[in-house]
Ligand binder design. Structure first.
Ligand SMILES: [Zn+2]
Length: 246
């Protein structure tokens, strides 16, 4: 993938997160590793929110956020989420930070993200089975020390709930990170709805868990990613009007 393609993919990931309801207006960002640097969604002078992100909003900086940005663009306040995760995990190629309402509600209500379903969404079920870590502080992660705290809680998992705030998700590719974020959101939505119904999902017996294959490979995630990417392209007119493009 060329640097230009990757830039477009980061932009598309932002549009997917918005279309799928994981981010609202201008909050949230996506990054992708390029060598020892990263491409990250920045805010420009004509910011219109993640739904209308274009490749022109994605810029290359080092893992501390240093780099030449064109007129009026600046890196997100929470850049350390991306820089510190990519620094700590050589296998990670992309990072998503979003604020999905269902995950937020589960977090603040203290609802544990348990494996409440099986084949409905196996990657989400396996995520729950492994345990979804919760970073208990609702702070804005704008310093490396806070990102390090979050990463310590995250451990070797690919997702982390930031209570009262949002989520951090790692992936080998941009598509995988986005699909993992969507799976986490699916789990939270069902968990929340069960709580609203006043019901508790029964434990899934180990012999049934054994019949749920690990579908969480990059190949499967990339297929789901193509679906979400196509849907976002359908829902959002790509921002092609030059005067709106910043
Ligand atoms: Zn945030």
């Amino acid at each position: 993938m060329t640097a230009g393609d990757l830039r477009e993919e980061v932009a598309l990931a932002c549009r997917v997160l918005a279309v799928e309801g994981l981010v609202e207006h201008v909050l949230g960002h996506v990054s992708a590793r390029v060598g020892d640097r990263m491409l990250i969604r920045c805010r420009g002078p004509r910011e219109r929110g993640l739904r209308y992100t274009s490749a022109a909003d994605v810029h290359e900086v080092d893992l501390d956020g240093r780099g030449e940005l064109p007129g009026g663009y600046r890196v997100p306040n929470e850049l350390p989420i991306h820089g510190e995760l990519l620094r700590a995990r050589p296998e990670a190629g992309a990072v998503v930070h979003a604020h999905p309402p269902a995950v937020l509600l589960c977090g603040v209500a203290g609802l544990e993200l348990r494996p409440v379903f099986g084949s409905y969404n196996i990657p989400a079920m396996r995520m729950a089975l492994a345990g979804v870590p919760v970073y208990p502080r609702s702070v804005l992660i704008r310093r490396a020390e806070l990102a390090a705290e979050m990463l310590a809680v995250m451990g070797d998992r690919q997702v982390c709930v930031l209570r009262g705030h949002g989520i951090t998700v790692a992936g080998e590719t941009v598509g995988q990170a986005v699909v993992r974020a969507l799976n986490l959101d699916a789990l939270a939505r069902v968990t929340l709805e069960l709580a609203r119904l006043g019901r508790t999902a029964p434990e899934i017996p180990p012999e049934d868990v054994a019949e749920l294959p690990d579908l969480g490979s990059v190949l499967n995630d990339e297929a789901a990613w193509r679906y979400y990417a196509a849907r976002a392209r359908e829902c959002v007119d790509p921002p092609q009007i030059p005067h709106l493009n910043g």
